[in-house]
Structure formats: C-alpha cells, structure tokens
Design a protein around this ligand. Sequence first.
Ligand SMILES: [Zn+2]
Ligand SMILES: [Zn+2]
Length: 483
Amino acid sequence: MTIDWTMIRTGDADTLHDTIVVIAGWMIPLDPQAGRADYFLLGADEPCCGGCVPRNPSMSVEVQAAVPVALQAESVTLRGQLVRLLDDPAGWRYRLIDAVLLERPAVPLRSFSRRAFLASGAALGLTACAPGRFAGYTETQDNATPVAAGNDKPTWQAPAGTLTIDMHTHAGRVIVSRDPAIGARRPFVPLAKPMRAGGMNVVCLAIVTDTTVTRVSDNRKRFEAWREPEPGELYALGQTEFQRAHQLIEREQMRVVTNAAALSASGALGPCVIIASEGGDFLEGRLDRVDEAYTQYQLRHLQLTHYRVNELGDIQTEPPVHGGLTDAGADVIRRCNALGIVVDVAHGTYDLVKRAADTSTRPLVLSHSALASHPGARSRLITPDHARAIAGTGGVIGVWPSSGTFKDLHGMAEGVKRMADLVGVEHVGLGTDMLGFISPPVFRSYEQLPDLASALLLAGFSPAEVGAILGGNYRRVFEASVG
Ligand SMILES: [Zn+2]
Ligand SMILES: [Zn+2]
C-alpha cells in the first residue's frame, strides 16, 4: 500500500512491518558525488543544503535498494519491504529493503559539496538540522510523556525512572481459540503499537493452559471447567501457548524481560514483555516442568490456579476440594522462590492465599481482582482480609477493569483508592486482564493509559503514587522475586 509521512511520524506504519509499501520522498545519499547508490535515506522534505540533512527518524527512512539507483534531485517514489527497527544504533525507526524506484525524473541530483555533506553529519547522524525541535527524540521520552489530556482533566507526568507495568494481560490475543477449527491458528492483534501510544512499558503476558477444558457457562456468563483433561493434554497446550507468546513477541519486535537489570533497561528498549502463565495446569503436578518453563520459555510469573481445580489448589469459582493450597502447590511456590519466578495467587481461595503467604519467602502477587466487603459465592472479588494477606507479604494486588465491577475508568480509579486506603498504596497495582473478559472491560486498550492515570490523579493520588500503582509496586516485587 502507499503510505505517507504521517504514518511514519505517528508510528502507524508499525502495523505494516514486513509488508510491501510505496512511499514518496527525497533521496539523501551518503555520497552525492557517486551518481548511483544502493543505500541512502529517503526524507519527507526536500534537502535544502548539504548542511541540512534531516536525521529525524520521524521524517526519514533508511533505504536499501535492490539495485543501485541513479541519484535524483526531484522527489522519487519507492516500493519496498518496510521493516520496523528496534534499538537501531543510528536511531532510525524504519528501513525500506529491496527498494525499487517507481518514478525516474530526468533531473539529476543537485550537487552538494562533499565537504558540506560530510560536515552535516549525514553519515548517519551527528547533528540535527533543527535541534530544538528534533534532538533528544527517544522511545523512553515518548513513553514517559502521556498523551495530553483535555483542559478539564489533569495530565500525569511520569516521574523520572518510572516504568509502567501491566501485571496481567492476554493482549496480542496470545491464547488459543476454544474453537478447534481455529485453535492455535488464531491471528494475533497488534500489541507494541498501542503500548507505545499509551506509554505502557512492560506487560506480564499470560498464557492460559486450561482453555481446552473450560467454557463459558450458558446462563451464568462465567468460565467453568467442563471435562477432565487427557494426560499430557494441558502440558502440550502449555508448549503451544508459550510458543505463541514468543511468536507474538518476535512479530511485534518486543523484548523479553528476564531479570531486574533487564527490567531497569526496559524503559529505553520500547515495549517489553514478562512471560507469565495464568494457571499451573501445564505442570500436571510435575515440579521439573517449572524449571523447564523457566529455562525454555523464560517464564518469570506463574499464577498457580485458574478456572479448573488443579493439582496446586482451590479456586474462588468452584467449591473447595483441597482446603486451599496443596502440598504440590507449596512445592511449586518454593521452586518459584528458588528459581526466581513471581508467584501469583489470583483466582485462588482465601485459604490458598493464607498457606501461600506462609510458604513463600518472597512477596506474593494477586494480579487481577477488586475489593468487595461481602463477595458472593464463586465471585472473583476479594475480601479485605484476603487483600491484607497479600499486602502482609509485601506484595501487590492488581485492580482489574471489569465492567461488572466498575462502570468507567473513574469508577476503577475509585476502586484503586479503596484498595489503597485498606492496604496501603504501595500494595496496589494494575492488572488489566486485557482480552480475558467475557464482556468488554472499562480499560480496553493501552491507549487509555493516560486517561486512567488522569482518573487516578482525580481520585486523589499524587503523581508519584500513580507511578507506584501503574508499575513501581510490581517492579519492587519482581526485583525481590526474580533478582
Ligand atoms: Zn483471570
Ligand atoms: Zn486472565
């Protein structure tokens, strides 16, 4: 398709990664005297002089031509394969490879003096044409500055060094389809682009390994297990889903965070992922599979249970069978502590949480829920005591955006406030469970993150507290657990 420079500037062209595009612009060669070049920049604007070569990555694209192209003074139209670049040493965001010229204007390139050209820093980049406007463009800065809000609502300016982290998500549509005709062929949806647009740095991307044995009940609009899995079935599903998570990450050119140092660096790397599993069902009770997932698939966040009463313990949405955490569940927690995996007790019963808190030597996470004074039977909401048990480990509770709990982002922010008033703001986080709800939640895209931050400010949190809720608190637990 034909793209324009707006798509380059806004990053909308990210969705065209690896596709053939047509784009018009001005050729800016490294050596204007050469006559032909197979490597040059394509700029949005006509170069005004040798000393004014654009190096703004939003206004130029690196080009590798299929064959050397005669240099042109007029604008040209190129067709090639667009590649979105991450962490490019010269700072470029896009490259056009195997490019061919579609138009050949007769006028040859106006001659810059070679001296002026070299002095311009055009050899991929020393000085900028308009430093006040373009210098200092970085991914980090982009991410740290939320989209400006309207006049009527405050804009959150992330304090320096803040990382925003979603404790629980299925974004990118990583989970296989329950429809066997689709299964693991389910198409992904973009993840990095909305993260970038909203300023979300890191997401805990959760696979699910009970999907094939759970379903949405007809009348109650909730998930339930409906059959026993075959031996090996959920292990195989785990393999498939871990592989899908890594396929998505590769497709989106994202980075996997596996330790505290990588997490610290993630702000400068663009959108990053912590590999997580919602449910330890793929373990099928085998402790060695925790090690296997840690090593083979970089698992760093394990939620013990989901919608099936598994080998590790009881769940909120079914009557208790084990009296809480099983001995196998306690062994898994100790193994996670030893290896460096965050332990998540979302979906587990209060009894499970109490034994988990006694067992774990690291803070616990309860990644997605909300507070209720008297949750109904099979509710996923938690009581004040349930929440205090997590906070007592130094852990974090992720407040979710369920539309069954909150009517909008302001309601959600008030829910965060109630949780913080109960357990302390240092124990509250964000768990969007994106693409995990039956009904659309009140937070549906990372592009809404500035609006959520704004709602948290309006709910009475300081900018630093908003930073703690939107990532700092989970970061503390990750560092304490993973090292
Ligand atoms: Zn869940
Ligand atoms: Zn989920």
